[in-house]
Design a protein around this ligand. Sequence first.
Ligand code: SAM
Length: 233
Amino acid sequence: MIIEIFTLFPEMFNVPLQASILGRAIERGLLQINLHNIRDYAIDRHSTVDDYAYGGGPGMVLKPEPLFQAVDSVLGKNPKCPIVLLTPQGNVFKQSIAVRFSKMDKIAFICGHYEGFDERIREHLATEELSIGDYVLTGGELPAMVVVDAVARLKEGVLGSEESASTDSHFSGLLQYPQYTRPPDFRGWKVPEILLSGNHGAVAKWRQEQSLKRTLKRRPDLHPERPSSDKSD
Ligand SMILES: C[S@@+](CC[C@H](N)C(=O)[O-])C[C@H]1O[C@@H](n2cnc3c(N)ncnc32)[C@H](O)[C@@H]1O
């Protein structure tokens, strides 16, 4: 999978993408992440990428020319892949979107900064807009990393065991069951007997019940018995 990221701060991606599971996926050629500095596509000799907002107001607005130029140069005039604009005004990112993206060969992300970006970027360059939650961050770099991480771990071969993604919270629509490891008794807090029983059928049943119970308690909005008309998906 190829991921093209347009940003003013490519250096922010270095450590998070090189460490751990994503780093290994890149090394093994399962994931290719290309970082493009929007400033390299500025059209004036001062490399200007932002300007004051028409109509006044605080903060600087990302200019359209460098971004259109950057995307045209990297993806060509009629790109086939999604061009995702990270913005607190977008659809809220969730697992079903990660699953959809994980089936693609290429995705591009545009990271905003400062007060925001010229509306023509939203209207005529981006193919979709994503938010990672109802709060405002300084830039789109952390949101892009969040989305790339969630998508990459769903790609075949990225996780050590295929099991890991399929038992995660949200994969089946439910929250994951409680997990325990050794010791069986820690400070008097015991691991549920059933997990030590070796009875795989009983363990699977217990886990399914726990998942349902936990989802009902913590995220009733996700519970399967909730009428489908109420669900956000
Ligand atoms: C300070 S924010 C600008 C917010 C903008 N003034 C508004 O009210 O919509 C700067 C950039 O950070 C990114 N950003 C901030 N919060 C985000 C979120 N929750 N999800 C995705 N991107 C976000 C976007 O790329 C945004 O253009």
